[in-house]
Design a protein around this ligand. Structure first.
Ligand code: FES
Ligand code: FE
Length: 305
């Protein structure tokens, strides 16, 4: 993966404080599903108030500022031709390193070196496109989702969700166990709001918490004596790997990867993995997760348009 070609700069219209932006810009964040990007792109995304264009070339995925180096047109409105991104305004072509390689109006003339896009680190993993706005990001630091590589797990992507809330607030809601009885009484919450004691421990890149309770979806609740084990593993800043062990021993994982679009907008890219019920329609699982997220969203994050 080529290194980004510019020092990180906070966008001119930025909703984050300078210090928050500088810290968050040093992490990998999910910005799109690989499916949405398709085989070529381009695709518009937004991360930490930075408009981004994504496209594919022979070198892999490129993420760059969505601003042409010529007259500033949005490159996400252009098209990809043979691995280069063509601007919709004057048709300049940019290769996967962000360098201009063709000026249609002057095909024989020299190409100034300043015609180079501001590029960011980009990587495709777990069916998502991850971007880091700083140069020193190692792909090894992208949050792990080991079930994606295990044959016994079926991975089910849930379409992205847009919340009018900060990513921190969304992740807090995902990890909160005291709201189940109030927000999710029908989908899976237990009637009692009492929260059994549980331990939250620091990890090298976040925190983990193991929570055992009688909270489970009602079709499996049975006598009420059964227990569900939830292992939350937060990788800073905004990705949570939730591993749920059902009373019957099956495992369901919800990978909650939240993109801080701005300080007040979050796009969530949920992935579900299960090692049981492979013969049941995946649509049921997608709709069930959508219902749960919608219950949470009504409390803290109205959909934005
Ligand atoms: Fe992009 Fe002119 S603005 S080629
Ligand atoms: Fe919830």
């Amino acid at each position: 993966m080529p290194e980004p070609s510019f020092p990180p700069a906070r966008p001119r219209t930025c909703t984050f404080t300078e210090s928050d932006w500088q810290v968050l810009a040093g992490f990998w964040h999910p910005v799109a599903s690989a499916e949405a990007l398709g085989s070529e792109g381009p695709l518009a995304a937004r991360l930490l108030d930075q408009p981004i264009v994504l496209y594919r070339s022979a070198g892999g995925v490129t993420a760059a500022a969505d601003t042409c180096a010529h007259r500033g047109a949005p490159l996400s409105l252009g098209k990809v031709c043979a691995g280069t991104l063509a601007c919709p305004y004057h048709g300049y072509h940019y290769d996967g390193t962000g360098r201009c390689v063709q000026i249609p109006a002057h095909p024989a003339g020299p190409i100034p070196s300043r015609l180079t896009l501001r590029r960011f680190a980009a990587c495709e993993r777990h069916g998502l496109i991850w971007v880091c706005l700083k140069a020193d990001a190692s792909p090894a630091l992208i949050p792990e989702f080991p079930e994606a590589g295990l044959e016994r797990f079926q991975v089910i992507p849930v379409p992205p969700l847009d919340w009018a809330a900060s990513a921190g607030r969304q992740v807090e809601s995902f990890c909160d166990v005291a709201h189940f009885a109030f927000v999710h009484p029908v989908t899976f919450g237990a009637p009692s709001p009492t929260v059994p004691a549980y331990l939250v421990e620091p990890t090298p890149r976040g925190v983990r918490a193991e929570f055992v309770s009688a909270v489970g979806n009602i079709s499996d609740a049975g006598s009420g004596q059964q227990t569900w084990r939830r292992l939350y593993q937060l990788t800073l800043p905004f990705t949570v790997h939730l591993d749920i062990t059902f009373p019957h021993g099956g495992k369901l994982v919800v990978f909650n990867a939240a993109c801080p679009v701005s300080a007040r907008q979050t796009r969530i890219f949920p992935l579900v993995a299960r090692d049981f019920d492979h013969d049941r329609p995946t649509r049921e699982t997608v709709e069930f997760q959508q219902r749960i997220y919608a219950e949470d969203q009504r409390k803290i994050g109205r959909a934005h348009v």
